[in-house]
Design a protein around this ligand. Structure first.
Ligand code: GDP
Ligand code: MG
Length: 263
């Protein structure tokens, strides 16, 4: 049976984190954000001793939505207690919204998650546990037995996802099987370093983050999580998005040629 070796610095956990910020990017989410926040706060209020830090705050980043999304968030009781924050930014894409949230996050640990709770909040402890040994925890919809939670997506999305994966793995990320899972965690230091360098504002930003994390020499943990496709996706596949995705993928390695390993 493997034993932990205290003399191995990589197995020595850092100081126990006392706070967690959960960043939810939201673009015209008037239908989904209310039920999603109900689900998230129900979990956070009722949770057993699940290993999450004592203080948890939620930050919704409104990506230039029509007023309804922000109105729903601002009217919630948690907004009055400081457990819920609203950050409004001009519309610039999911990557830009997540970047703003991550750079404004004050928790010792920072997680971003899609505003539809496609990953149930009860999966949060898995990411947090992984962050005891790695600075970056990548949620993955592929399970240890090989089954893929993306099977719940419509067929055309699975096809587009497959094409994207072929390109992304060949040109940028290599062996990471699920780059696009909207459920990733970081230590605050890693988040501020990596998101401070992020340049891609589209949905391709996850690939850029993984590339940057490797260039900077951060420890990456892949964490299998549950996920279920939810109706009301903000993705609008089309020629324009395909061009944008191809262009962003192409330029990621070029954008960060000069990024060096941290000391
Ligand atoms: N697609 C897209 N999502 C955005 C944008 N800005 C913020 N988001 C948020 O990013 C998340 C994307 O999740 P979703 O639309 O469910 O995508 P899917 O699960 O991949 O189909 C949601 O929380 C969106 O509200 C944007 O410009 N485009
Ligand atoms: Mg979704």
């Amino acid at each position: 049976m493997p034993t932990s070796r205290p003399e191995d610095p990589s197995s020595t956990p850092g100081p126990t984190p006392s706070s967690l910020t959960i960043v939810l990017p939201a673009y015209n989410e008037a239908r989904r954000i209310g039920p999603a926040l109900d689900e998230l706060f129900a979990y956070l209020h009722g949770r057993p001793d699940d290993g999450l830090p004592a203080r948890v705050e939620v930050m919704v980043v409104d990506d230039g939505s029509a007023a309804a999304t922000a109105d729903i968030v601002a009217a919630r009781p948690e907004a009055a207690t400081g457990a819920l924050h609203l950050l409004r930014v001009p519309h610039a894409g999911k990557g830009a919204a997540v970047k703003s949230g991550m750079l404004n996050a004050t928790g010792d640990l920072v997680v971003f998650a899609d505003a539809d709770m496609a990953t149930p909040p009860s999966e949060l402890p898995k990411l947090v546990a992984a962050l005891a040994a790695a600075e970056v925890a990548l949620g993955s919809r592929i399970q240890p037995d090989g089954s893929d939670m993306r099977a719940s997506q419509p067929r055309y999305r699975r096809f587009l996802g497959g094409m994207f994966h072929l390109l992304a793995s060949w040109w940028v990320v290599g062996d990471v099987k699920d780059t696009q899972c909207g459920f990733k965690g970081f230590t605050r230091e890693a988040a501020h370093d990596l998101f401070g360098r992020q340049k891609v504002t589209s949905i391709v930003f996850d690939v850029e983050l993984i590339h940057l994390a490797r260039r900077r020499g951060y420890g990456l943990a892949v964490v299998p999580i549950r996920w279920e496709d939810r109706r009301g996706s903000r993705m609008r596949p089309g020629a324009l998005l395909a061009l944008r995705v191809a262009w962003d993928l192409f330029r990621i390695p070029l954008l960060h040629r000069d990024v060096r390993r941290r000391r």
